[in-house]
Design a protein around this ligand. Sequence first.
Ligand code: HEC
Length: 121
Amino acid sequence: MSLKAFSSILFAAGTLMFASSAFAAGPEVFTAAKCDKCHSVASAGILSGTKPLLRDLSTVGAAHDQAWLTKFVKKEVGLADPKEPGTEKMHKGNFKGTDADLGVLTAWMAGLKTAPPAPAP
Ligand code: HEC
């Protein structure tokens, strides 16, 4: 199923559930957009990365707000490049969904502030 078709279904479902859980679809957008190819979100139980997990996003909302996350995913801002001080590195991931999907996704990510429990010894 295309991301577009998938998100219209999510949108329909989201409208029905709007009152109780406006952003329940964040994890679905995340996996539909294949962010989980490179990232885990252990705190949300998303551990399906197929590459060595580059960066777990469990606490990404503690570091960045929704406005920054939106710009970062659209490659309008980057992260400071430690190798070349004063320059920014743009994101490697690509997002091809709609702005509505992006809004759902970044609203969810901005709320990710709690590290997952440490794995059992
Ligand atoms: C091809 C691999 C890849 C994919 C796919 C990918 N990312 Fe990333 N992402 C990275 C890398 C690598 C970094 C670390 C920053 C850097 O070194 O460029 C990163 C960093 C981030 C950060 C910043 C984290 C921080 O600690 O500041 C966010 C937010 C993010 N990605 C969100 C996403 C979202 C949302 C998607 C799906 C639309 C996604 N990524 C898909 C590779 C990827």
